[in-house]
Design a protein around this ligand. Structure first.
Ligand SMILES: Nc1nc2c(c(=O)[nH]1)N[C@H]1C(S)=C(S)[C@@H](COP(=O)(O)O)O[C@H]1N2
Ligand SMILES: [Mo]
Length: 379
């Protein structure tokens, strides 16, 4: 047997575990990771805006978050089969001997450990979040976000270290110059076609949760755009949120500001009602467009004597829960499409959709579209 060079995989007898396979799968996986990271950043900024931009978040296009978050979950889902295939292609390197050849090599192995660990963690935690299963003691959002940076850092390092190999195997013709068995090429093509088919299949079977034209194919996603009262899925029901059914006469909207006031539901219904076609776009990837009507937030603020650049705190009837209090920055608060919605798709809100009143705003993560609103506070 030919004596293996330091980076050679030859001592391992299995075929196709070579740099060419790793590069071919790696570029698709890399693309998925980059798309996932960028769209994840968008989601982070919209959900937890840093102070300087909190009042200037873009409210157009109204479907912006629907698009980026759909892409976030779709690229993460497609990355699962790609990551498995990539790990299969490179796993013999785990057993390369000697395990550490130099200080530089030791660092490379550390970076690969971070890369693999980070990628597995991000995809696994993201998938479990989509099905709302949290079998871990930490908060999902901050950890998923922090590990995303770690992963991208390790990926950049990996690309830099592997650049010569990546370049040698990137194009079609370069195969000849790096002396890989030519007989492997048809099998490699079959393998890559299989991996592409797997990634395509999981994407097609889930994309319908946010891309409604594909909803008939939505077989694997936990939410279906057609399931739910009034044609809109429900992420957290009133029962799950511990919100008792609200009796019309008991509910009051309190608006706190320079000129505080209260409104009954009947009084609110007497205000000018505005309509908007806006999506609910959940961070978990599902989204649907819906027809809403209700009172403009900016009208309610004006009556409270709020200055034009005011922000608002929105408080729900919900007693506990991370999403019972949210804030509308200035750009949302003054947007004519931001409503305290009373109706959805032509009907009074259902209890699960936030009866009697909820927030709906353009280009806003679903998690911030607060249901069961009882109070607005001018900030
Ligand atoms: N008060 C309150 N509002 C809430 C939530 C919540 O748990 N509590 N969940 C949010 C989430 S995560 C989403 S995606 C949307 C879903 O709205 P829907 O159930 O009407 O589709 O409501 C949001 N509003
Ligand atoms: Mo959500």
């Amino acid at each position: 047997m030919e004596s293996p060079g330091p980076t050679s995989l030859l001592p391992f007898r299995g075929r196709l575990h070579d740099a060419r396979t790793a590069t071919s799968i790696g570029r698709w996986l890399g693309l998925a990771v980059v798309v996932c990271f960028v769209t994840g950043l968008v989601s982070h900024v919209l959900q937890h805006p840093p102070h300087p931009v909190a009042d200037a978040l873009p409210t157009r296009p109204v479907w912006g978050y629907r698009f980026t978050q759909g892409l976030h979950v779709a690229s993460g889902t497609a990355a699962v089969p790609l990551l498995l295939a990539k790990l299969w292609a490179v796993y013999p390197r785990l057993f390369a001997w000697p395990p550490v050849r130099s200080v530089a090599h030791a660092w490379e192995r550390v970076s690969v450990a971070v890369l693999v660990g980070g990628a597995v963690f991000e995809l696994f935690s993201g998938l479990l979040n989509i099905v709302q299963w949290y079998p871990w003691p930490f908060a999902f959002v901050p950890v998923h976000y922090a590990v995303g940076w770690l992963l991208v850092g390790a990926l950049l390092l990996h690309l830099a270290v592997k650049w010569p190999e990546i370049r040698a195997h990137w194009g079609r013709r370069s195969a000849g110059t790096v002396r890989l068995p030519a007989a492997d090429e048809p099998d490699r093509r079959s393998l890559l076609a299989g991996v592409a088919a797997a990634a395509g299949a999981v994407t097609l079977a889930t994309a319908g949760q946010s891309f409604t034209p594909l909803r008939r194919l939505d077989l694997l996603a936990p939410r279906h755009p057609d399931h739910g009262a009034l044609g809109v899925p429900v992420n957290r029901t009133a029962a799950a949120a511990g919100v008792a059914s609200v009796r019309e006469g008991d509910w009051r909207l309190t608006v706190d500001g320079p000129v505080p006031y209260e409104l009954s539901l009947a009084e609110l219904g007497g205000w000018p009602q505005h309509e908007a076609r806006l999506p609910i776009a959940c961070v978990e990837g599902w989204s649907v467009s819906a027809h809403w009507s209700g009172v403009r937030i900016r009208d309610l603020l004006e009556r409270a004597g709020a200055p034009p650049g005011a922000r608002v705190r929105v408080v729900s009837l919900e007693r506990r829960g991370a999403y019972r209090v949210t804030e509308l920055g200035r750009s949302y608060a003054r947007d004519p499409l931001t409503l305290l919605a009373l109706r959805l798709n032509g009907h009074v809100l259902s209890p699960d959709h936030g009866y009697p009143a909820r927030i709906i705003a353009p280009n806003r993560p679903g998690v911030l579209q607060t249901k069961w609103v009882s109070r607005l506070e001018v900030l």
